[in-house]
Design a binder for this molecule. Sequence first.
Ligand SMILES: [Zn+2]
Length: 125
Amino acid sequence: MVENLLPILRDRYPEFFSHAPLREIACLPGWLDLIDELCRTLKNHMDTHPEMPPIQVRQVKEKFGGLRFYYSGGDTTCRELVACSEERSMSICEVCGQAGTLGGERWLSVRCLDHVNWSPSGDCA
Ligand SMILES: [Zn+2]
């Protein structure tokens, strides 16, 4: 399993992920496709709107079960695209990328049926 998504994303979108303080993507690999699609759309938008302030990703993480994508630059369209992806993350299993639901007793997370009891530490209690 891919543990660190940052090198992958930095390789694909160096203009977004080269911000030095960005050390990790704090979510599980199930959301890689979602983040990749978001970045691809943002890049297309940026390429056709050269006047727009460049996007620099500050932080990507999971919070309250959903994706959070913090960045500087961009415009209204970028904000809408990011909000849309954050919304979509609430129904994508963070472990594997299949359809999932938000749940959990100790902490909120989005999991499919296969990963409903999965945790990063291997603790399935
Ligand atoms: Zn899953």
